[in-house]
Structure formats: structure tokens, C-alpha cells
Ligand binder design. Structure first.
Ligand code: G6P
Length: 608
């Protein structure tokens, strides 16, 4: 949600900024803008819509002079997407320009104060208020002005600031929104995340909250808002520049679907030793044995991972587990205590609701464990224990490989707890571990045969609505399949616990309405197949996703059947999610949608 890039160096800034913004497109945005410092002060060009519009307006950056600059992609919060509301915003008649990610909560208060002191405003944004405040605080030193403004502002935000009177310097601030500083051969940069700078460098400093960076061509210094100097370490990221390109695929989403076997392998291998799952490093055994209750807190697809995990944890480890939307958790007065484990699942590690839920869980005295994909992210830093999913950067807005890596981690957790608590037989334990190890190869098989899903998708892409049904983990999976489809193809769909469909929603079934039945739990297959026959009797066209060995159980009530390799029931969601992702992908492709950047969506949602 919003992307920030800054560059101070020897080269023309604008093309470098545009390139960085391109890498941050995945975060979601609806307008973009650049500011550079040229001979006659700060030059700003912005454009509503895709980055392509900004590129055209600036002739790929060539129209903008200057070796110091800021770039921004905006996802509208205060004020609609428009040229005017796009960033950078200025204060003091263009003396100060800023880009901003996040929300300044007390911006109205500050705006009133500034109005009373004669300042006027040209936009509806909280960002302009921050720019005016910084300019108002400016008394000849931009670092001091920013620090003073930061001490006034409340909220969660990252800022990039430049001042025409100090044309060599950029200031960056991190306050509960992501920001890194990077060191290149020809200058220094900052950005919302590493992907924006990977083309130029691997040398990074991760900023912490309430830190200010002063960046010039040759140097980067770090301060607190009270101007105490900080010493920060430089790290070499392991990510490779190829992590942020399409690698020959038409879309990042398809590339990332194909990266799932590797994502799962990398994520799990560290924790499986000699056919045993060992998470003691991240979840101490003594505590794991006495957990009274588990809360899984997350948003979006990460929440769906939690839904599938609940069935597995309760079944295998016999530990009561509640799955709660992060946005609800904080306000539900949750019955969390010292014997509770609160697991936060987040790809980005920056989702504002999940971060706040984590803070609430800690305040209530629970032990917290986060499952996060982005190293050094706010959620990872704030939790007591962290398990990193090793999916690598995920660029497509619709998550696929991070989701699969999260599912694998949750299976590890269920198994580890079941083992410690003595609730799983040694035979079943061994089967699940060896199936976990075999998972990447099974995923590869599905991906290799993806044409099997492409053909049925062609039959369904013209429909206006579609339903998913399933029971237990198949229901959790239906929710994810339905979300994927809605997100990227804009086809309306709903997921139902198969037994619930007839309590109302069945009235929406008409001649030809597609219903996807997910039938991978053998013990529940008959029940879901009966539900499939109920909708078929009312005209629905049913496509069933099932395990290879279960084909004969479902065939008679299916118009199309997609099979996936068999595995242990606890891991079926990991294999059966892949055809659902591919199904959504191909439907969106046939419908001509902007698959990697669906309208209105942001990858990293840093507002509540
Ligand atoms: C956004 C994304 C979803 C994601 C959700 C949670 O809505 O578009 O794909 O599942 O946020 O994000 P997180 O980074 O916390 O997993």
C-alpha cells in the first residue's frame, strides 16, 4: 500500500526512481509522482492511474533534471485518486516536498493549528499537512525541521522529504510503516522494500520505528526524533535481483504459482531433522506442552490459512483453537491469558490490523508467535517468536506462494504440538512428516500439468457468479479459492460450508451456475458429493477438485473433475489449493483482467 523510493547520487534520479516504483507496483496504487531537485528548485510531475501514465508524462524520466529525488505510488486514503491528491506534496510554496505512506492520525488538529497561523491548503490529504508542518518547523536545517514535525505527528507512516534549500540531502522517517536504506555504487537510496533497490545493490540498513535517516550521495546517518545519533548496521540481503522480475512468465502470479514447490521446500527443510519436526528454537517445548488455547489472528488469505490450520491443530494436537480476523480481535475483548499462544500470520509483516492485534495480545500477557514472509518487518520485530516463510518476494497482489509456505508452517506447528502433547500416534506422525517432505514434488506435478485446469477454466470464464463448497479443511480451501477468483477476475463468487448451502444460498443456483466442490477429506466425501447432487438437480454445473484415489467417489456427480496427488488429509489443502489458484488465474486471463494489479487492492495494507 503506497510505495516510496528516494535517490541521492551521481546519476539522473528520475529514471532510477521510476524503475524502483515499478518494483513496488505490487503494493497496490492508483496514482504516482516524482520530485527532483533541479537548478530552479523542486520539480514535481504526477499522474493519476498506472505508472505508465507518469512515464509518458516524464518521457521515462528524461524531462526531469537532478540527481536527488523522491518517487511515490499512492493508494488513496484521504482524498480520491487524482493528479492533485497524488504525491509528492509540498509545503511553503514548494520549498519542501514529501512522499508519504500510511496515515497521520492527528492531521486535522495540525491542519487547524497551521491554518490559524496563516497556512492554506490545496489538497485533501494528510500528506500535505505533514509537508506544511515540516516547512513550518524549518529554520535552516531540514533534519531539525523533520524531527520537530515527527514529534508532533501521530499515526503510522513512512516519509521521504526534500528541501530546495538543502538540495544534496534527503530525509527518510520510519514510524510503523516499512522503510529501508540502501547503498549503491553511485549514491544512496531508501525505499519501502528491498525489491526496489535490488537492481543496484544488496547492501541494506533496516530502519526501526521512530528512526530518521539523513541521506546524501556519499553518506547515510541515523537519528532519533530527539536528534540523538544512532549507529545502524549494514546487512547484505540474500535476495537476488531475479526475485523481482517475471523470469519469462506473462504474469508474476503465474511465476509465483510455479515457485511454490521451492517456497515450501525452503520453508520446511530447516525444521525437519531426521524425520522429526523440531520447532523448539521458535516455540520452547515447556511452553508448547502447557498451551491452554491457541488464537490464530490474520487477514485475507492469511486468515484462510488459519482456518485450515485450526482443523489440523484441533484434530492432531487436540488444542482448542480460535481463528479471528485481526480487525476484530482487538475489539472483541478476547479471552486471552498467559496460557494462550497467539499466532499472527502475515505475508507482508506490515498489515496494520495484524500488527495492532499482536500488540493487544502482548498486552494481555499471551505468548506470541508470528509467521511472516518479510524479514525485518514490523510484525516479525514485535513478536516474541518468529517463523519465517521462505517464499521470497511476492509481487503479484494475489498471494500464492506465501500462502502455501504459511500452510506448510502451520502443518509443522500442528505436528510439533501433537508430538509434544502425545496426541498423535507414531505411525501417523511419520506418515505426515514424510508427506511433508514429499509435498514439493507433488506440487511440481500439478504445476507441470496446469493445462488440465486451463481447459475447464475456459468453459467457466463467461459466467457472472460461481460457488465453492467444501467441508472442514475443504471449506477453508473453498474460502481461499473463492477469494482468489474474486480478487483477480472480478467474477462474483461465494464459498459455503457444503452443508450450509441449502439454508438459503441454494436459491441462487440456476441453470448453468458453476459450483466448484472441493472434496479431499475422504471421510466427508459422501456428504459433499450429496450436496453436489443437490445443486446439480437444480441445474448447476459442478466441477470437483479431489484426490487421484477418490475420483471414482465423485465422478457420478461432477461435470468436470480435477485431480491432485494423494497425501495425508492434513496436507490436502496444500496440494488442492494449486488448481484453485490456477483456475482463478486462467479465468482472469480469459476475462482480460490486470492479473498482477487488480483494481482497488493493495498487497500490504498498512491502514486499519
Ligand atoms: C491484503 C492482500 C491479501 C492478503 C491480506 C493480508 O488484503 O491483498 O492478499 O492476504 O492483505 O496480508 P498479510 O500481508 O498480512 O498476509
Amino acid at each position: 500500500m503506497c510505495g516510496i523510493v528516494g535517490y541521492a547520487g551521481e546519476n539522473n534520479a528520475a529514471p532510477i526512481l521510476l524503475d524502483g516504483l515499478e518494483k513496488l507496483e505490487y503494493r497496490g496504487y492508483d496514482s504516482a509522482g516524482l520530485a527532483t531537485i533541479g537548478k530552479s528548485g523542486i520539480d514535481i510531475i504526477k499522474a493519476k492511474g498506472r505508472l505508465a501514465a507518469l512515464k509518458e508524462r516524464t518521457e521515462n524520466g528524461k524531462l526531469m533534471q537532478g540527481t536527488v529525488g523522491l518517487g511515490h505510488t499512492r493508494w488513496a486514503t484521504h482524498g480520491k485518486p487524482s493528479d492533485e491528491n497524488s504525491h509528492p506534496h509540498t509545503g511553503g510554496n514548494g520549498r519542501v516536498a514529501i512522499v508519504h505512506n500510511g496515515i497521520i492520525e492527528n492531521y486535522n488538529e495540525i491542519k487547524e493549528m497551521l491554518k490559524n497561523r496563516g497556512r492554506s491548503f490545496y489538497s485533501e490529504t494528510d500528506t500535505e499537512v505533514a509537508a506544511q508542518l515540516i516547512d513550518y518547523c524549518y529554520k535552516g536545517n531540514i533534519l531539525e525541521a523533520v524531527a520537530e514535525a515527527v514529534r508532533e505527528m501521530r499515526g503510522s507512516y513512512a516519509l521521504g522529504v526534500m528541501c530546495s534549500e538543502e538540495p544534496e540531502t534527503l530525509i527518510a522517517v520510519k514510524c510503523r510503516a516499512p522503510l529501508i536504506v540502501a547503498y549503491t555504487e553511485n549514491g544512496n537510496m531508501f525505499a519501502s522494500d528491498v525489491t526496489a533497490v535490488l537492481k543496484y545493490t544488496k547492501e541494506i540498513t533496516y530502519l526501526d520505528d521512530d528512526e530518521i535517516a539523513v541521506i546524501t550521495k556519499t553518506d547515510a546517518e541515523f537519528y532519533t526524533p530527539f536528534l540523538d545519533k544512532l549507529s545502524k548496521k549494514r546487512e547484505l540481503t540474500k535476495l537476488d535481483v531475479s526475485a523481482a522480475d517475471k523470469g519469462g512468465f506473462e504474469h508474476y502470479m503465474l511465476k509465483e504459482i510455479t515457485e511454490q514447490p521451492e517456497a515450501v521446500r525452503r520453508t520446511t527443510e530447516k525444521f525437519i531433522k531426521n524425520s522429526r519436526v523440531d520447532l523448539s528454537e521458535v516455540l520452547p517445548e515447556a511452553f508448547a506442552r502447557k498451551i491452554g488455547k491457541i488464537f490464530i489472528v490474520a487477514c485475507g488469505s492469511s486468515y484462510h490459512v488459519g482456518m485450515a490450520a485450526k482443523y489440523n491443530i484441533e484434530k492432531l494436537a487436540r488444542t482448542p483453537t480460535e481463528v479471528v480476523y485481526a480487525s476484530e480481535f482487538r475489539y472483541s475483548d478476547p479471552l486471552v491469558d498467559k496460557a494462550s499462544l497467539v499466532i499472527l500470520i502475515s505475508q507482508s509483516g506490515e498489515t496494520a490490523d495484524t500488527l495492532e492485534a499482536l500488540r493487544e495480545a502482548k498486552r494481555l500477557g499471551a505468548e506470541t508467535l508470528s509467521v511472516v514472509n518479510v524479514k525485518g518487518s514490523s510484525i516479525a520485530k514485535a513478536s516474541e517468536h518468529v517463523i519465517y516463510t521462505k517464499a521470497g518476494p511476492e509481487i503479484a497482489v494475489a498471494t500464492t506462494k506465501a500462502y502455501s509456505a504459511q500452510l506448510a508452517v502451520m502443518a509443522l506447528i500442528a505436528l510439533y504440538l501433537a508430538d509434544l502433547r502425545g496426541t498423535v500416534s507414531s505411525e501417523e506422525y511419520s506418515v505426515i512428516v514424510s508427506e511433508l517432505e514429499a509435498l514439493p514434488e507433488k506440487l511440481e506435478r500439478i504445476i507441470k500439468n496446469r493445462a488440465d485446469i486451463q481447459y475447464p477454466a475456459y468453459r467457466y470464464f463467461n459466467n457472472e457468479k460461481l460457488f465453492f463448497i467444501g467441508r472442514n479443511t475443504d471449506y477453508a480451501l473453498s474460502l481461499e479459492g473463492s477469494l482468489k477468483l474474486k480478487e483477480i477476475s472480478y467474477m462474483h463468487s461465494e464459498a459455503y460450508a457444503a452443508g450450509e448451502l441449502k439454508h438459503g444460498t441454494i436459491s441462487l443456483i440456476e441453470e448453468g451456475t458453476p459450483v466448484i466442490a472441493v472434496v479431499t477429506c475422504r471421510r466427508l466425501a459422501e456428504k459433499t458429493v450429496s450436496n453436489a447432487s443437490e445443486v446439480r438437480a437444480r441445474g448447476a454445473r459442478v466441477m470437483t477438485v479431489t484426490a487421484e484415489s477418490m475420483r471414482s467417489l465423485v465422478e457420478h456427480e461432477s461435470d468436470d473433475v480435477i485431480t491432485v496427488p494423494d497425501t495425508h488429509e492434513a496436507l490436502m489443502p496444500s496440494v488442492s489449493v494449486v488448481p484453485l489458484q490456477l483456475f482463478a488465474y486462467y479465468i482472469a486471463l480469459y476475462r482480460g483482467c490486470d492479473i498482477d494489479k487488480p483494481r482497488n487492492l493493495a498487497k500490504s495494507v498498512t491502514v486499519e
